[in-house]
Design a protein around this ligand. Structure first.
Ligand code: TA6
Length: 283
């Protein structure tokens, strides 16, 4: 039996439901080409999706893997995280004959994006699902006649039972900046592992090793290619109050570990492409 891929709806929004031959499952909204859910072949749902998430086809969806492009966070004049997560993407290709399930989504400039960011581009998000592994690739091509620069991230909400019982290994010795630090002071992470016991909003740079999310009952590895940075975010109690699409206590159920190209803007000449990948493996 091969994989199974089906266009359907979720909270009234068009989504693609994928299942690999070995039973791994994922759900991707065409709005934002956003992975909303991923369940490996063996194990529980691995992504957090807020019970209060909005599915109005305009607002960002709180959870899963939002695509941040052409701007990460508030590092520029565009709306936070850019416009990719609030644009309808096109389903370009699906592949389900093999054991894995794969889908490609595409977005290019339109009147809305040109009004915000005057550049012609082609963005592609490719998702591949099999076994314990979810691969998400993001490619940007400059289809215009002049160079442009952008920042980007896959803003992954990893579902956890209790964020205070989580450890993240792989960040030790790396440099990071705290979001909101106007001076953008750079710190070195001296801890053996990152633990979450308060609001956390950091951008780590030079992330070349896989990261390991550890919980008492399971581990999950996060590997990237092409993304030099990693953003780590949990709003904790204080900032959660300002997020109406996050239920009370919801901050305890996720940690965002985001593959990012954010510290340095990526510059593309006309016709050039950039590519990055985030791979999640449920161990
Ligand atoms: O990735 C961290 C971050 O930039 C935080 O500063 C916080 O704003 C978070 O993203 C969520 O942003 P959102 O626009 O989805 O509420």
């Amino acid at each position: 039996m091969g994989a199974h891929i089906e266009e359907t709806t979720f909270h009234g929004q068009p989504v693609l439901a994928l299942q690999s031959a070995d039973g791994a499952r994922a759900l991707v909204s065409l709005f934002g080409a956003q992975v909303l859910a991923w369940q490996p072949a063996r194990g529980d749902e691995a992504l957090y999706l807020s019970e209060e998430a909005l599915f109005d086809g305009r607002s960002p969806i709180r959870g899963g893997i939002p695509v941040c492009f052409p701007q990460f966070s508030d590092r520029g004049r565009l709306p936070r995280h850019g416009f990719a997560r609030t644009e309808p993407w096109a389903l370009r290709e699906t592949r389900g004959k093999e054991r894995y399930a794969m889908a490609v989504f595409g977005l290019c400039e339109n009147d809305q994006t040109l009004a915000l960011w005057p550049h012609a581009f082609e963005a592609e998000l490719t998702l591949a699902l099999e076994g314990q592994r979810l691969d998400v690739e993001f490619e940007v091509t400059n289809t215009g006649h002049a160079p442009f620069a952008f920042t980007a991230a896959l803003h992954t909400y990893l579902r956890v039972r209790e964020v205070e019982h989580v450890r993240v290994e792989g960040l030790s010795g790396l440099m990071y900046q705290e979001h909101g630090d106007r001076h953008r002071t750079t710190h070195r992470d001296g801890a053996d592992a990152l633990v979450v016991d308060g609001p956390l909003d950091r951008l780590y740079t030079g992330v070349t090793r896989p990261l390991l999310l550890q919980e008492p009952h399971r581990n999950l590895s996060i590997e990237t290619e092409g993304f030099p940075d990693a953003a780590i975010w949990n709003p904790w109690e204080e900032s959660s109050a300002a997020l109406p699409d996050l239920p009370a206590g919801g901050f305890r159920r996720f940690l965002c570990i985001e593959a990012a190209a954010a510290r340095q803007r990526i510059e593309l000449e006309a016709g050039q492409s950039w590519w990055g990948r985030q791979t999640l493996i449920a161990l």
